[in-house]
Write a protein that binds this ligand. Sequence first.
Ligand code: PA5
Length: 447
Amino acid sequence: MSLKFNSKYVEGVVSASDLAAMEQRAKDALETLNNKSGLGNDYLGWVTLPEDYDKEEFSEIKKSAEYIKNNADVLIVIGIGGSYLGARAVIEACTSNNYNLICKDTPQIYFIGNSISSAALNEVVSLCEGKDICVNVISKSGTTTEPAIAFRVFRELVYSKYSNEEAAKRIFCTTDKSKGTLKALADKEGYKTFVVPDDVGGRYSVLTAVGLLPIAVAGIDIDLLMKGAADAMKDYNGECFNCNDVLKYAALRNCLYEKGKRLECFVSYEPSMAMFNEWLKQLFAESEGKNGKGLFPVSCVFSTDLHSLGQFIQESGADLMFETVVKFNSVDSDYIIKADEENVDGLNFLAGDKMSSVNEKARLGTLLAHTEGGVGNLVIEAEKADEYNIGYLIYFFEKVCAVSGYILGINPFDQPGVESYKKNMFALLGKPGYENEKERLEKQLGL
Ligand code: PA5
């Protein structure tokens, strides 16, 4: 196993008998997943995806990534939710949250169409000035408003920079294999298309073309990413509770939930993992937050957030939350703290120490402090934040989420609640077909 899962620091909150009582429910949930007999069972393509993926498309992804690397200074990735978070999470985790400032041989990558902010849109347009660009628009439905608006803008930009023939070569569409506006447009204009498989939902799609094309453009080895996920797929299939940490973690999360915890805080000690935390938040929130149930996922990067949210966690977190910490045992780039002759800052007690060791002491100190404050900690240890381990972690969390969702008794693969704001927004914008709603909502808002 590439991960070590340590549950010792929730023992004060979850007893051995609590966990034993949850054991069978976790095993049943895994069986439901494996038998494909549970809710949402037409969205289980991700379960075997790390091995059972379209190899031909995979090599097309690599070819397109090469084309983009050779022909663009900037790749614009347009998508929202599951259609962008995974790619951004992997790129930043495997490189840096400053990827765009440090990339040398690969294009800068800007993510847009993930909000309706005109400032964000205009900013990315202006960042493209004088640059060669390619666009990867990603939308499974092909109709989501946020990316559709951004695609209109960037399509126009590409056509204003290049001949029609050249422009068409610079636009890559990742969408449904046959339906949707985006697919129809791509076919009409001759854009290269990649497929979001029917049986893989947005938040489980990072290991399809949705994530893989942008990730490959960033120079990340997608073979290793898939290998990590494939190994996790093999490692976490067993029904033996004590040998399968997916079962244990899913069971413990549900024990903590049933003890009244309402928040799970995903914690990393590396800023480059901030977007991975965002990916986790979407994965768990959209999967579990239904029928009045579910843990609300939040995230922190420590020690940064120990200087803002730490106070609350320490003294008021006990009834509310627990933490799940992803810890890496080694870093690519370390720093040894130097001695200073005058020692005016009093830091010579750290002279000769590696920054990574100081970070680890901060983690251990926080672990003890938060646990003593009543905030249990689950710790997941990986060797390092590289392609292999990130792929492994992705699959691990996806499976934990699905098993947890089945323990909770909900469908972990739909997201009906997302439609409510859309309906209101369309009505207020005067979209044809929403006329009656418009009047009602405007009255409610006093407009
Ligand atoms: O997980 C999901 O299904 C959602 O977050 C979608 O990915 C998101 O709403 C974007 O949808 P689409 O890819 O259809 O534009």
